[in-house]
Design a protein around this ligand. Structure first.
Ligand code: FAD
Length: 340
């Protein structure tokens, strides 16, 4: 069963979120898909605590605060979010609409698509050592889907940031033994988590290990563990049943590059009158697009979203005459915003 809709926005970064608002003002409801489990794109994923100084009328605004404010602003339009899903397929149907599919199996039948996909979908940094690929999703994982799976098993956790430390603390006591491997002595995680981990490492069932992974080894045809080289260049065979890799996320344009859209240096070319791509009905806003003079700034994405919304309206209702209405004075806008 597919979800029938007028618009699917790919990407819940600042451009995608503001796109919901601009569409909402025109009475167009949107579905939003993002590969990340949370909204906010780069702002939430890469620099949530940093202050931003170039958002109009906000002399200073934290990056996460900006995302929270956008979420508040779009509330009246009740967008439907599909998070933790990467859009993997996009095809045009015979009737001119689009079939859009996600990694979670969600299928949309949509009249238009707005790409607000930034630098691409954030994907976990993979363990790229010889032999690792064959064990991925069997014994080598990039997220914990079921903490009970580790019960009574020896696990290795790779990483030195918050995810690695949080999961070490969470899985301690469930797994029979944890080896936390980080390439440096210092951790990037919250000091309190590091302190708690160090206290647990004084016991028998958690070991801290400094080193770099060099390979995977097998034992009797099954997964055996990791080969790790310590700072003195000595090789260690660390046995484990499961490995959890928390090396952060990196953006990847992925399938979008294969959808036949005109690209310039892996950015999507758009017409700046309406932010439509080379395909009628597919629009692109924010960091993902390019045009002469493009600047990858949040405020550029906001402007682009406004014009794209009008273009989507025209695409959906070519017969309707679009009238610009001010949110200050228009009773229609007030009704849509719920501020009557
Ligand atoms: P993004 O924020 O990149 O969001 C895109 C979203 O799309 C992501 O969440 C991604 O997971 C999702 N996505 C992509 N492909 C898919 C797919 N196939 N399926 C599902 N989801 C997908 N800009 C400023 O204006 N001022 C600043 O001060 C500023 N400071 C910055 C500081 C840092 C450290 C960084 C890294 C950037 C900064 N920027 C700043 C840039 C700003 O963050 C970007 O311009 C902005 O985030 C772009 O927004 P976006 O919505 O286009 O894309």
């Amino acid at each position: 069963m597919s979800i029938k809709t007028d618009v699917v926005i790919i990407g819940a970064g600042p451009a995608g979120l503001f796109q919901v608002f601009e569409l909402g003002l025109l009475d167009i409801h949107a579905h939003v898909v993002d590969a990340l489990p949370q909204v906010g794109g780069q702002c939430a994923e890469l620099y949530p605590d940093k202050p931003i100084y170039d958002i109009p009328a906000l002399p200073v605004c934290g990056a996460q605060e900006l995302v929270d404010r956008l979420m508040e602003q779009i509330k009246p339009f009740a967008p439907e979010f599909h998070l933790g899903q990467t859009v993997t397929g996009l095809q045009r149907n015979e009737d001119g609409r689009f079939r859009l599919e996600t990694s979670a199996g969600t299928v949309f039948d949509t009249a238009t698509v707005i790409l607000a996909a930034g630098l691409g979908a954030f994907q976990p940094r993979r363990l790229r050592v010889q032999g690792a690929e064959a064990w991925e999703h069997k014994n080598i994982h990039y997220r914990v889907t079921d903490p009970d799976r580790v019960a009574g098993r020896r696990i290795i956790i790779l990483g030195g940031g918050d995810s690695a430390l949080d999961w070490t603390l969470e899985l301690h006591g469930k797994a029979s033994h944890i080896t936390l491997i980080h390439r440096r002595e210092e951790y990037r995680a919250q000091p309190n988590s590091v302190k708690r981990m160090k206290a647990l490492a004084a016991g028998n069932d958690l070991e801290e290990f400094q080193g770099n992974v060099r390979g995977v080894f097998e034992k009797d045809g099954a997964f055996g563990g990791l080969d790790v080289v310590d700072p003195d260049d000595e090789r260690h065979h660390i046995e484990a049943d499961e490995v959890y890799v928390f090396w952060g996320l990196t953006p990847n344009l992925g399938p979008i590059a294969d959808w036949g859209l005109e690209l310039e240096k892996r950015q999507i070319a758009v017409d700046t009158e309406c932010f439509q791509t080379s395909e009628s009905g597919i629009f692109a806003v924010g960091d993902i697009n390019t045009y002469p003079g493009k600047k990858k700034l949040i405020l550029s994405g906001f402007h682009e979203a406004a014009l794209a919304a009008f273009a989507v309206q025209k695409h959906l209702h070519p017969e309707k005459k679009a009238r610009l209405q001010y949110t200050t004075t228009s009773p229609i806008m007030h009704r849509r915003l719920g501020v009557e």
